[in-house]
Design a protein around this ligand. Structure first.
Ligand SMILES: Nc1nc2c(c(=O)[nH]1)N[C@H]1C(S)=C(S)[C@@H](COP(=O)(O)O)O[C@H]1N2
Ligand SMILES: [Mo]
Length: 261
């Protein structure tokens, strides 16, 4: 085990280097970096890290959890913190009473769930550390429905490989238009016991700043993978049908798809 730990550490240095090589202010447009040797080398290192990590980590190894005494400050809001999209504002005005989470794609049973229905499903509470690519971390307590329970209810088809999260906030695309935030993870992470659709933060309902009504926690990856303001979950066997095809808003702007920590 010890030997494994050491080699995992060494491989993970690849991920550290690639995160550190991004400009330090973090979640901003890194599109300028998409081409060029450095980027390509990092991309190779990234897919290596992904494969190695998948080999070394059993698919259900857990991220560290902490005692309550480790919660020292509020979860720092980052990225979008107050979406101005009309559809989202309409949900806020009605306190999310009309909100539905749509589960679609490669499933036997599509789902359309209200927040009450989601809150009535089994829940899990965990105190974990959130690491942003910008270099800050926060320990917080998250409560939500295990994504695995939802996937079970939807009966995922065997061809499915990824879960794509659609969000209700958007970013400027640099050409006067808007693109929605989105993210994706593979089914190993989607079915991981700590992967939850969180509606609670530090014992209260999830604030708008942190992704109300629903945001995902993917505890073994960096913050940008943890989509906030989720309205849809699509099961798919490919990522090229969303955004620019790299599996996420920041990935379309040069970030690694697999952001293991
Ligand atoms: N929909 C959406 N999800 C998002 C973002 C965003 O801008 N929009 N930012 C990401 C980034 S970079 C981080 S670090 C975390 C921040 O989560 P927090 O605001 O709860 O700290 O959300 C991630 N998920
Ligand atoms: Mo982030």
């Amino acid at each position: 085990m010890r030997k494994l730990d050491i080699s995992r550490r060494r491989f993970l240095t690849g991920a550290t280097v690639s995160a550190a090589a991004l400009p330090l202010s973090g979640c901003f447009d890194a599109a300028g970096q998409r081409d060029g040797t450095v980027r390509n080398v990092l991309e190779i290192a990234n897919s290596l890290t992904y494969r190695v990590q998948r080999l070394l980590l059993s698919s259900d190894s857990l991220a560290q959890e902490f005692p309550e005494s480790e919660i020292r400050q509020a979860q720092r809001p980052n990225g979008t913190t107050n979406p101005q999209d009309a559809n989202y504002l309409a949900h806020v005005a009605k306190d999310f009473s009309d909100y539905r989470l749509e589960v679609t794609g490669l499933v036997e049973q599509r789902l359309s769930l209200s927040m009450d229905e989601i809150r009535n499903m089994p829940s899990r509470t965990q105190i974990t550390r959130h690491d942003c690519v910008e270099g800050w971390s926060c320990i917080a307590q998250w409560t939500g429905t295990p994504l695995s329970a939802l996937l079970e209810a939807a009966r995922v088809k065997s061809q499915a490989r990824f879960v794509v999260f659609s969000c209700m906030d958007s970013y400027g695309n640099g050409r006067g238009g808007l693109v929605p935030y989105y993210e994706s993870i593979d089914l190993a992470d989607a079915r991981h016991p700590q992967t939850i659709l969180a509606y609670g933060l530090n014992g209260r309902s999830l604030p708008i700043a942190n992704g109300a009504p629903l945001r995902v926690r993917v505890e073994r990856q960096l913050g940008y993978k943890m989509a906030k303001y989720i309205s849809g979950i699509e099961l798919t066997d490919r990522l090229d049908g969303h955004g620019l095809g790299n599996g996420g808003y920041w990935e379309d702007n040069g970030y690694d798809w697999f952001a293991g920590i």
